[in-house]
Design a protein around this ligand. Structure first.
Ligand SMILES: [Cu+2]
Length: 431
């Protein structure tokens, strides 16, 4: 009776557990559907990166996508430049070993080409701080869907640093994807995706079978407790028979024969092989551009309720042409000064709109800064994007610093790129 009663209690609580579990499951599924529907808002986690990783490391600019919609097997060429910021955060390693990649939700695209300043960027290499690099990647449509794709630098010890993301659409069928390659000895591989997979499976299967047969030989004999009892009684000699020893020896010889035969087969089938390459890419940065504008951050504040970054900046124009502040760019966001036509023209029509806050950049005294002039001006970047991109969490950092690029344009429309960096103070109302 006792057992039955206990069982019924267990059955009852099991039901309760299942009911609660199902309720939770429904909530989780519901949230998942919500997240999927609002993909634009949640993207794939890049906004969870700390602001210092996005505002003070790699600044990607002049980004261009050859197209934003391709069929499976078609190419998207992504080009652009990046500057490794002067005020690199002290808590992450310097870019001593960097790999150019792209941030995607899974292997939705195959990267068939990578270049940095015209040098193949198949391998990692050392890059310099406060210098600019030009890159190019060719991405081939692989998995159909609408994907948020970023240029990305993987810095050893620092992790992935993402550039601005764009929505790319891949249409067609995944089954049609092919990655043909011609090897150095002229062998044509129809599809790198499936090349050698059958052989790999075969080799693994054979070894699994061998291991299983060996194991079963011992498993069919009396196990743990019986063997322990035999040991205790001092009869361990009886546990391993002459047949067992012969079986073990046969396996040893058989394994060696299989290894040698297969090695010979591989040598004969693929006579010319190259080991995986562990070398590093060596690349020079782009030549230094003249930067005649000196910037000092007098005071920078972030107005929390107003979602506004205000920087009081002192500019000194040491050049020979008047210049105007055209754009402030940080974490992929582009605050453009609408009253500078050259700055507006500098925005490619295909650049993702969600990264160009519509209110733009407000510059207190928009008149060009004359050669030799020093002027202190208020520059304001106000938008909900600070919150949407979760950049405001920088106010919780023990090292509240803001960093970004300022684009100036001279009277002939030439662009000057300057670093702007300094401490930032949160304000809750008036600044
Ligand atoms: Cu993204």
């Amino acid at each position: 009776m006792q057992i039955v009663k206990n069982d019924s209690i267990r059955g009852f609580s099991m039901l309760g557990f299942l009911t609660r579990y199902m309720a939770r499951l429904r909530i989780v599924v519901g949230l998942g559907v919500l997240l999927a529907l609002s993909g634009q808002v949640f993207a794939h986690g890049e906004r969870n990166q700390e602001p210092f990783l996005r505002m003070r490391t790699a600044h990607f600019y002049d980004m261009k996508w050859s197209t934003t919609a391709v069929a499976v097997n078609e190419d998207i060429v992504v080009t652009g430049k990046f500057r490794l910021f002067q005020d690199w955060p002290g808590n992450i390693p310097k870019p001593e070993r960097v790999f150019l990649g792209n941030g995607t939700p899974g292997p939705v695209l195959a990267r068939t080409e990578s270049w940095i300043n015209g040098v193949p960027a198949i391998q990692s290499g050392k890059l310099e701080l406060d210098r600019d690099y030009e890159f190019k990647t060719v991405l081939k449509g692989r998995i159909p869907g609408r994907h948020h794709v970023h240029p990305m630098l993987n810095v050893e010890g620092a992790g992935p640093l993402l550039g601005p993301g764009n929505w790319l659409t891949v249409s067609g069928k995944w089954e049609d994807f092919k990655l043909p390659v011609t090897t150095v000895d002229g062998t044509k591989i129809d599809n790198l995706e499936t090349y050698g997979v059958a052989q790999t499976i075969k080799v693994h299967a054979v070894w699994y079978v061998i291991a299983l047969v060996y194991m079963l030989w011992w498993l069919r004999k009396p196990l743990l407790m019986t063997r322990f009892a035999a040991m205790e009684a001092g009869n361990e000699d009886l546990l391993v028979t002459r047949g067992d020893r012969l079986w073990g020896a046969a396996f040893l010889v058989g394994t060696l024969v299989v290894v040698v035969m297969w090695a010979n087969w591989a040598e004969a089938t693929y006579p010319r092989t190259v080991p995986l390459q562990g070398g590093e890419m060596l690349v020079d940065p782009l030549p230094l551009e003249k930067n005649p504008v000196k910037i000092t951050v007098v005071r920078a504040t972030y107005d929390v309720p107003g979602r506004s970054m205000k920087m009081n900046l002192s500019f000194t124009n040491n050049g020979d042409k008047p210049v105007q502040v055209g754009e402030f760019m940080t974490a992929g966001l582009r605050f453009v000064n609408h009253s500078v036509p050259a700055a507006m023209a500098n925005v490619h029509p295909d650049f993702p709109k969600d990264l160009i806050p519509p209110s733009g950049l407000k510059v207190e005294n928009n008149a060009p800064i004359a050669p030799g002039e020093t002027r202190t001006m208020m520059v304001e970047a106000t938008d909900a994007a600070w919150e949407v991109e979760r950049l405001t969490s920088l106010l919780n950092d023990p090292d509240n610093r803001v960093g970004g690029l300022l684009f100036f344009f001279d009277s002939e429309g030439n662009r000057i790129i300057a670093n702007v960096m300094g401490p930032i103070v949160p304000v809750f109302g008036k600044s």
